[in-house]
Ligand binder design. Sequence first.
Ligand code: SF4
Ligand code: SF4
Length: 412
Amino acid sequence: MDYVKLINCMRCGMCLPSCPTYKETFLETASPRGRVALIRKLQEGNLDQSERLLEYLSICLDCQACASACPCGVNAGQLVAEFTCERKSESGLGFMEDLILRKLVPHPDRLETSMAPMRLYQNSGLQKLVRTLGILKMFPKPLERMEGLLPPLPARPLRQEINEVTPAVGIARGTVGFFLGCVMSLIFSDASRATIKLLSALGYTVITPKKQVCCGAPNMLAGDRAGLEEAARTNIDIFQRHNVDYIVTDCGGCGAELKNYGHHMAGNAAAEFSAKVRDISQILALHATELAQLLKPLPLKVTYHDPCHIAHCQGIRSEPRDVLKLIPELEYTELEAADSCCGSAGTYNIVKPEMSDRILHRKLDSVRASGADILVTSNPGCLLQLKKGLADHLPDVKLLHLTELLARSMAA
Ligand code: SF4
Ligand code: SF4
């Protein structure tokens, strides 16, 4: 770990009000400043790795809200992630981690096959029965949480359905490569279908290479640096075979990871790949005039939740809002603390359910206060977390991905 990054913290405390775990606990050790200090003391050999210390570090969501607030460029979330990576590389992956991160996630075919029992469970009516009888209460808590978060699955993953080349409609503007996020393809395929439709309607030929693999974000999250590098090499090699102007994604988490390949890997290929990556909102905002001509009125009150991976990790804030405001008759209302984490954070909502729920309830309070009919966001983790939260507490508010709402306006 780069020691300079640790000593850059001047302990001003400007990051404290933006840290979700500090807001919930008011503990210095659960704040960005405290976490940087803990890692620094560990690096200097002045602290032992106690269970309690590791717990304070592990409740960091890596939301990077602290990085947006810090005047010195300190990124406490990233430092915690790097620290976790270093510990993992010393201890190695556990059996289950190895199974999931190396044998399942990097293989789209296996990942899709693994979802088949879930689809059967939902379609056979077994899920309804299990939920009605509360059978999952007899199983370990994480399993119950995972089952509760799972929305109805599409009949088939998008990767199996979509053509590798979707032609441009109207005047040709260029060619883009589409990065299919695993969760987007497996669960939120309607949103990615809408993304491809929008790109094509704006004059882009869309290439969706079927052999692309997971971006590597789950590996990074689990501290598996070697797994991330393997994923990056595969994706760079696959997209290099196509001459594309941009590599577009509609998944905030994937976008943040893909833009980091150049930082994680040596060589020009990774840097060139990362330089081409765009979140879908960036492409849509780039063609606002043309997009506005395609949109029809939607008289709805809409608000937007900034995914951490889009606002804090990629610095994209105005584009999704600007694009939403193009829809005629749409009333846009700003969400209070819109860029505060929703508590999803990868598997955080499963492994740290109590803190995750507290953070989620803050977000739901803001949504309630906004009076919106529709909540829009652009990251699968947020979609899963907020879908469950809204269904349980605000069932009148609907949740949509940005491109789903735009596609609805286009078809209205
Ligand atoms: S991390 Fe940044 S904002 Fe927080 S105390 Fe240190 S210097 Fe200040
Ligand atoms: S990444 Fe998020 S949870 Fe972690 S220290 Fe920064 S603001 Fe707090």
